[in-house]
Design a protein. Sequence first.
Length: 265
Amino acid sequence: MDIHEKYKVLTEYLKSLGSVAVAFSSGVDSTLLLYAAQQALGDKVIAVTAKSCSFPKRELDEAVSFCKERGIRHFVFTSEELEIEGFKHNPKNRCYLCKSELFSHIRKIADENGMAEVAEGSNTDDNGDYRPGLIAVAEQGVKSPLRQAELSKAEIRELSKEFGLPTWKKQSFACLSSRFPYGEEINEKKLSMVDRAEQLLIDKGFTQVRVRIHGNVARIELLPEEFEKLLAMRDEIAKRFKEFGFAYASLDLQGYRTGSMNETL
Protein backbone atom coordinates (compact mmCIF):
# COMPACT_ATOMS: atom_id res chain seq x y z
CA MET A 1 0.00 0.00 0.00
CA ASP A 2 1.13 3.56 -0.61
CA ILE A 3 0.99 6.05 2.25
CA HIS A 4 -2.38 7.48 1.23
CA GLU A 5 -3.94 4.03 1.27
CA LYS A 6 -2.38 3.46 4.67
CA TYR A 7 -3.77 6.78 5.90
CA LYS A 8 -7.23 5.70 4.72
CA VAL A 9 -6.81 2.46 6.68
CA LEU A 10 -5.83 4.56 9.70
CA THR A 11 -8.88 6.82 9.56
CA GLU A 12 -11.27 3.93 8.91
CA TYR A 13 -9.82 2.07 11.88
CA LEU A 14 -10.21 5.14 14.08
CA LYS A 15 -13.83 5.53 12.97
CA SER A 16 -14.46 1.92 13.97
CA LEU A 17 -13.39 2.74 17.53
CA GLY A 18 -16.33 5.13 17.95
CA SER A 19 -14.52 7.49 20.32
CA VAL A 20 -10.97 7.64 21.59
CA ALA A 21 -8.60 9.18 24.11
CA VAL A 22 -5.20 9.74 22.50
CA ALA A 23 -2.06 9.58 24.64
CA PHE A 24 -0.55 12.81 23.35
CA SER A 25 3.09 13.82 23.84
CA SER A 26 3.28 16.41 21.00
CA GLY A 27 5.81 14.17 19.26
CA VAL A 28 5.85 13.26 15.57
CA ASP A 29 3.78 10.09 15.94
CA SER A 30 1.14 11.11 18.47
CA THR A 31 0.56 14.41 16.66
CA LEU A 32 -0.33 12.66 13.40
CA LEU A 33 -2.46 10.18 15.33
CA LEU A 34 -4.37 12.96 17.10
CA TYR A 35 -4.82 14.85 13.82
CA ALA A 36 -6.19 11.73 12.11
CA ALA A 37 -8.44 10.95 15.07
CA GLN A 38 -10.00 14.41 14.91
CA GLN A 39 -10.46 14.07 11.14
CA ALA A 40 -12.13 10.68 11.62
CA LEU A 41 -14.13 11.26 14.80
CA GLY A 42 -14.62 15.02 15.16
CA ASP A 43 -15.43 15.89 18.76
CA LYS A 44 -15.44 12.22 19.79
CA VAL A 45 -11.74 12.46 20.57
CA ILE A 46 -9.77 13.85 23.50
CA ALA A 47 -6.04 14.27 24.03
CA VAL A 48 -4.39 13.28 27.32
CA THR A 49 -0.87 14.38 28.29
CA ALA A 50 1.15 13.33 31.31
CA LYS A 51 3.17 16.07 32.98
CA SER A 52 6.29 14.90 34.83
CA CYS A 53 9.94 15.70 35.57
CA SER A 54 10.99 13.44 32.66
CA PHE A 55 8.84 15.42 30.19
CA PRO A 56 10.38 18.78 29.16
CA LYS A 57 8.24 21.89 29.51
CA ARG A 58 8.74 22.71 25.81
CA GLU A 59 6.98 19.46 24.88
CA LEU A 60 4.07 20.16 27.24
CA ASP A 61 3.72 23.71 25.90
CA GLU A 62 3.61 22.40 22.33
CA ALA A 63 0.96 19.83 23.27
CA VAL A 64 -1.22 22.49 24.88
CA SER A 65 -0.78 24.85 21.91
CA PHE A 66 -1.60 22.20 19.31
CA CYS A 67 -4.86 21.20 21.01
CA LYS A 68 -5.90 24.80 21.63
CA GLU A 69 -5.35 25.78 18.00
CA ARG A 70 -7.45 22.86 16.75
CA GLY A 71 -10.19 22.94 19.37
CA ILE A 72 -9.35 19.50 20.77
CA ARG A 73 -10.32 18.83 24.37
CA HIS A 74 -7.07 18.34 26.22
CA PHE A 75 -6.47 16.86 29.67
CA VAL A 76 -3.13 17.21 31.47
CA PHE A 77 -2.40 15.18 34.58
CA THR A 78 0.65 14.88 36.80
CA SER A 79 2.38 11.51 36.69
CA GLU A 80 5.57 11.34 38.72
CA GLU A 81 7.38 8.25 37.54
CA LEU A 82 9.91 8.52 40.39
CA GLU A 83 7.12 7.61 42.81
CA ILE A 84 6.39 4.31 41.02
CA GLU A 85 7.82 1.43 43.04
CA GLY A 86 11.13 0.32 41.55
CA PHE A 87 11.21 2.90 38.78
CA LYS A 88 14.01 5.13 40.10
CA HIS A 89 16.36 2.13 40.22
CA ASN A 90 16.04 2.01 36.42
CA PRO A 91 15.42 -1.72 35.89
CA LYS A 92 15.28 -3.20 32.40
CA ASN A 93 11.47 -3.08 32.51
CA ARG A 94 11.43 0.61 33.52
CA CYS A 95 9.33 1.56 30.51
CA TYR A 96 6.81 -1.17 31.33
CA LEU A 97 6.38 0.18 34.87
CA CYS A 98 5.89 3.71 33.55
CA LYS A 99 3.49 2.80 30.74
CA SER A 100 1.37 0.65 33.04
CA GLU A 101 0.89 3.61 35.36
CA LEU A 102 0.42 6.04 32.49
CA PHE A 103 -2.25 4.09 30.65
CA SER A 104 -4.19 3.33 33.83
CA HIS A 105 -4.50 7.10 34.37
CA ILE A 106 -5.44 7.73 30.75
CA ARG A 107 -8.02 4.94 30.85
CA LYS A 108 -9.62 6.56 33.90
CA ILE A 109 -9.81 9.94 32.13
CA ALA A 110 -11.20 8.24 29.02
CA ASP A 111 -13.93 6.52 31.06
CA GLU A 112 -14.83 9.74 32.87
CA ASN A 113 -15.31 11.47 29.52
CA GLY A 114 -17.20 8.72 27.73
CA MET A 115 -14.37 7.65 25.43
CA ALA A 116 -14.62 4.03 24.32
CA GLU A 117 -10.93 3.40 23.67
CA VAL A 118 -7.41 4.59 24.47
CA ALA A 119 -4.85 4.91 21.65
CA GLU A 120 -1.09 5.47 21.57
CA GLY A 121 1.36 6.42 18.84
CA SER A 122 3.82 3.58 18.31
CA ASN A 123 4.64 2.79 14.65
CA THR A 124 6.14 -0.12 12.72
CA ASP A 125 9.70 1.08 13.45
CA ASP A 126 9.07 0.27 17.11
CA ASN A 127 8.57 -3.43 16.37
CA GLY A 128 12.26 -4.30 16.11
CA ASP A 129 13.73 -2.69 19.24
CA TYR A 130 13.48 -3.66 22.90
CA ARG A 131 10.17 -2.02 23.85
CA PRO A 132 8.84 -3.30 27.20
CA GLY A 133 6.29 -0.48 27.15
CA LEU A 134 4.46 -2.29 24.35
CA ILE A 135 3.75 -5.13 26.79
CA ALA A 136 1.80 -2.65 28.92
CA VAL A 137 -0.01 -1.48 25.78
CA ALA A 138 -1.11 -5.04 25.04
CA GLU A 139 -2.02 -5.86 28.65
CA GLN A 140 -4.28 -2.84 29.01
CA GLY A 141 -5.96 -3.19 25.64
CA VAL A 142 -4.62 0.14 24.38
CA LYS A 143 -4.93 0.55 20.62
CA SER A 144 -1.97 1.29 18.32
CA PRO A 145 -3.61 2.69 15.18
CA LEU A 146 -0.37 3.70 13.41
CA ARG A 147 0.94 0.17 13.71
CA GLN A 148 -2.46 -1.15 12.67
CA ALA A 149 -2.13 0.88 9.46
CA GLU A 150 1.51 -0.29 9.05
CA LEU A 151 2.87 3.25 9.02
CA SER A 152 6.60 3.80 9.51
CA LYS A 153 8.25 6.88 11.03
CA ALA A 154 9.34 8.12 7.58
CA GLU A 155 5.79 7.75 6.25
CA ILE A 156 4.38 9.54 9.29
CA ARG A 157 6.73 12.44 8.63
CA GLU A 158 5.75 12.53 4.95
CA LEU A 159 2.04 12.60 5.76
CA SER A 160 2.60 15.21 8.48
CA LYS A 161 4.36 17.46 5.98
CA GLU A 162 1.53 17.03 3.48
CA PHE A 163 -1.06 17.95 6.14
CA GLY A 164 0.94 20.97 7.31
CA LEU A 165 1.58 19.63 10.80
CA PRO A 166 4.37 21.47 12.66
CA THR A 167 5.97 18.20 13.75
CA TRP A 168 6.86 16.82 10.30
CA LYS A 169 10.54 17.64 10.76
CA LYS A 170 10.62 17.75 14.56
CA GLN A 171 13.39 15.69 16.09
CA SER A 172 12.40 12.36 17.59
CA PHE A 173 11.95 12.44 21.34
CA ALA A 174 11.74 9.87 24.12
CA CYS A 175 11.27 10.53 27.82
CA LEU A 176 14.36 11.76 29.62
CA SER A 177 14.56 8.60 31.73
CA SER A 178 15.71 6.77 28.59
CA ARG A 179 19.02 8.66 28.83
CA PHE A 180 20.14 6.59 31.84
CA PRO A 181 21.96 3.21 31.65
CA TYR A 182 19.90 0.40 33.14
CA GLY A 183 20.71 0.13 36.84
CA GLU A 184 21.81 3.75 37.28
CA GLU A 185 19.50 5.57 39.67
CA ILE A 186 17.16 8.14 38.14
CA ASN A 187 16.52 11.27 40.17
CA GLU A 188 15.13 14.74 39.58
CA LYS A 189 18.54 16.44 39.69
CA LYS A 190 20.00 14.24 36.96
CA LEU A 191 16.84 14.53 34.84
CA SER A 192 17.22 18.32 35.06
CA MET A 193 20.87 18.08 34.01
CA VAL A 194 19.94 16.09 30.92
CA ASP A 195 17.02 18.38 30.11
CA ARG A 196 19.15 21.54 30.31
CA ALA A 197 21.96 19.97 28.27
CA GLU A 198 19.64 18.82 25.50
CA GLN A 199 17.82 22.16 25.48
CA LEU A 200 21.15 23.95 25.02
CA LEU A 201 22.01 21.81 21.99
CA ILE A 202 18.52 22.27 20.55
CA ASP A 203 18.85 26.04 21.02
CA LYS A 204 22.19 25.85 19.16
CA GLY A 205 20.35 24.42 16.17
CA PHE A 206 21.28 20.73 16.28
CA THR A 207 18.60 18.73 14.49
CA GLN A 208 18.65 15.45 16.44
CA VAL A 209 20.02 15.25 19.96
CA ARG A 210 20.46 12.81 22.82
CA VAL A 211 22.50 13.48 25.96
CA ARG A 212 23.04 10.15 27.71
CA ILE A 213 24.15 10.35 31.33
CA HIS A 214 26.76 7.99 32.78
CA GLY A 215 27.40 9.06 36.37
CA ASN A 216 28.96 12.52 35.98
CA VAL A 217 29.73 12.04 32.26
CA ALA A 218 27.54 13.31 29.42
CA ARG A 219 27.65 11.24 26.21
CA ILE A 220 26.37 13.40 23.36
CA GLU A 221 24.72 11.72 20.37
CA LEU A 222 24.29 13.83 17.23
CA LEU A 223 23.91 13.21 13.52
CA PRO A 224 27.45 12.59 12.15
CA GLU A 225 27.12 15.48 9.71
CA GLU A 226 26.82 17.81 12.70
CA PHE A 227 29.98 16.66 14.50
CA GLU A 228 32.07 19.52 13.09
CA LYS A 229 29.50 22.06 14.23
CA LEU A 230 29.76 20.75 17.80
CA LEU A 231 33.56 20.70 17.73
CA ALA A 232 33.59 24.32 16.59
CA MET A 233 31.82 25.30 19.82
CA ARG A 234 33.28 22.61 22.07
CA ASP A 235 34.75 25.02 24.65
CA GLU A 236 31.39 26.72 25.16
CA ILE A 237 29.49 23.41 25.31
CA ALA A 238 31.97 21.90 27.80
CA LYS A 239 31.73 24.99 30.01
CA ARG A 240 27.93 25.01 30.00
CA PHE A 241 27.70 21.28 30.67
CA LYS A 242 29.90 21.75 33.74
CA GLU A 243 27.54 24.48 34.90
CA PHE A 244 24.70 21.96 34.57
CA GLY A 245 26.57 19.52 36.84
CA PHE A 246 28.53 17.28 34.45
CA ALA A 247 32.24 16.75 35.12
CA TYR A 248 32.90 15.64 31.55
CA ALA A 249 31.23 15.91 28.13
CA SER A 250 32.00 13.42 25.38
CA LEU A 251 30.89 12.94 21.78
CA ASP A 252 29.68 9.47 20.76
CA LEU A 253 31.49 8.65 17.50
CA GLN A 254 28.67 6.35 16.39
CA GLY A 255 26.33 9.31 16.37
CA TYR A 256 22.63 9.49 17.13
CA ARG A 257 20.60 6.29 17.17
CA THR A 258 17.45 5.25 18.96
CA GLY A 259 17.70 2.86 21.87
CA SER A 260 21.47 3.02 22.28
CA MET A 261 21.10 2.12 25.96
CA ASN A 262 19.66 -1.23 24.83
CA GLU A 263 22.98 -2.14 23.18
CA THR A 264 24.25 -3.48 26.53
CA LEU A 265 21.31 -5.86 27.01
